[in-house]
Design a protein. Structure first.
Length: 422
């Protein structure tokens, strides 16, 4: 959770400086650009979920040779994907922003911010993968060390690049990319010198390994792409109401990304633990992991929800000062906060199912969650109740999708999936 908190703080720190130094219009530009960056990051997380499933089961089997072979295969596949995404994203940045209905006043700053982030996408892929490898091996502490270095660097570079060099929004993007590059470099040096994971010089992987990675990685990446594309669709609903709502929603989303960290982190933890136990067919312990994961989630997220209802306005004012934007962001957070525990149930139960390798099944669950429930409900309620309907639609979808996730966890056939031969 601490590692993810630090990682999320990249754009959190960017938003604090941009909102206070450059104003609501610049913050809105970053919010819209960040929606696309989140799509890419979500695809990376999806691929890393596949890595977590494969590597944690290999760890559970105590198969050192298999672990080494799949590490090499992931390194090759992820590097190729990163370079392709970087080129495509840089070229089509302005077109992607137009698809989201980005206001003309934000277009230039949003495009510059987005293109710089696409240039550094290899860094984003790299340090996320190293963190995933270490978590699959049961080490969640080491990733925190090199992400800490990067965050501290970002805190120093942000005001220097934004105001000191007068680079504005582009300066915030440059600070983030430089920080992510430092995280990758530090992570590589640390892991290789201490031989924490069996990395080796990359070589052409066997087709069997690539096939399994693609078989899990593509649907897993699509899961997260479905989520982030759904978020982009919701952003198109938000932009319909103008700049103040976009800015308020952007500030609320920054707080969301922090406040949902406990639930997201518990989801990662249960995936790693369940994967190792599924590898040796210890299903009784998998059941306990799911039970306690849900209980921890409910206790933490209910507490966070209550605090957010009471103090949402103070959080929103960290980013923006315009009263109309503050008012929308505050009411939005107060409504969705009450439904955070239900969203957390999704993270836990889907994390357990994902550990078994049921990537296509989780993909379907995410399609239902975002495209059958969240986007339609947000759109419909926003037309019925105005801008506040965005929050009502989001909260309602959290509740219904948690019921769907539980029904599949309880009655689905994900326990019968077998990734490796005996």
């Amino acid at each position: 959770m601490l590692t993810n908190l630090l990682q999320t703080s990249y754009q959190f720190v960017d938003s604090l400086w941009i909102g206070n130094l450059l104003g609501a219009n610049a913050l809105g530009a970053v919010a819209v650009s960040s929606t696309i960056i989140f799509i890419v990051l979500s695809f990376v997380i999806g691929l890393n979920n596949a890595a977590l499933t494969i590597l944690s089961q290999q760890k559970g089997l105590d198969n050192v040779d298999g672990l080494k072979r799949y590490l090499n295969a992931f390194v090759v596949v992820l590097n190729i994907m990163a370079l392709c995404l970087s080129a495509i994203g840089y070229i089509f940045a302005d077109r992607l922003l137009l698809l989201l209905g980005t206001p003309e006043s934000m277009m230039q700053e949003a495009t510059g911010y987005l293109r710089i982030n696409f240039i550094g996408i290899l860094f984003l892929f790299g340090y996320n993968f190293i963190s995933t490898v270490l978590r699959a091996l049961g080490d969640s502490k080491t990733p925190m060390y090199f992400v800490t270095v990067a965050v501290l660097l970002n805190i120093v570079l942000d005001p220097l690049f934004i105001a000191g060099f007068n680079w504005g929004v582009k300066g915030a993007a440059m600070a983030t990319v430089a920080s992510q590059g430092s995280a990758l470099l530090f992570g590589l040096i640390f892991v290789l010198r201490r031989r924490i994971a069996p990395f080796s010089l990359p070589k052409l992987p066997a087709w069997k390994e690539v096939k399994l990675i693609l078989n899990l990685g593509i649907p897993s990446g699509m899961q997260m792409a479905v989520i982030s594309a759904g978020s982009a669709a919701i952003m198109s609903v938000v932009t319909f109401f103008g700049g103040s709502v976009v800015a308020g929603f952007g500030a609320a989303q920054r707080l969301d990304s922090l406040l949902l960290l406990p639930a997201r982190s518990l989801g990662i933890a249960v995936t790693s633990m369940a994967g190792q136990n599924i590898g040796v067919n210890n299903w009784s312990r998998v059941k306990k992991i799911a039970k306690y994961g849900v209980l921890y989630n409910l206790s933490i997220m209910v507490t966070i929800g209550i605090l957010l209802v009471l103090f949402a306005e103070y959080g929103v004012r960290l980013f923006i000062r315009e009263e109309e934007a503050v008012q929308f962001g505050t009411v939005y957070l107060q409504i969705v906060a009450l439904c955070f525990p239900f969203l957390g149930i999704n993270f836990i139960l889907n994390g357990i199912v994902r550990a078994a390798g049921a990537m296509y099944q989780v993909l379907v669950l995410n399609i239902i969650s975002f495209w059958v429930l969240r986007y339609p409900l947000t759109f419909i309620f926003s037309r019925l109740f105005g801008d506040i309907g965005i929050a009502i639609g989001m909260g309602t979808s959290f509740f219904i999708s948690s019921i769907v996730a539980f029904l599949y966890f309880r009655y689905g056939k994900w326990r019968k999936i077998k990734l490796f031969e005996d």
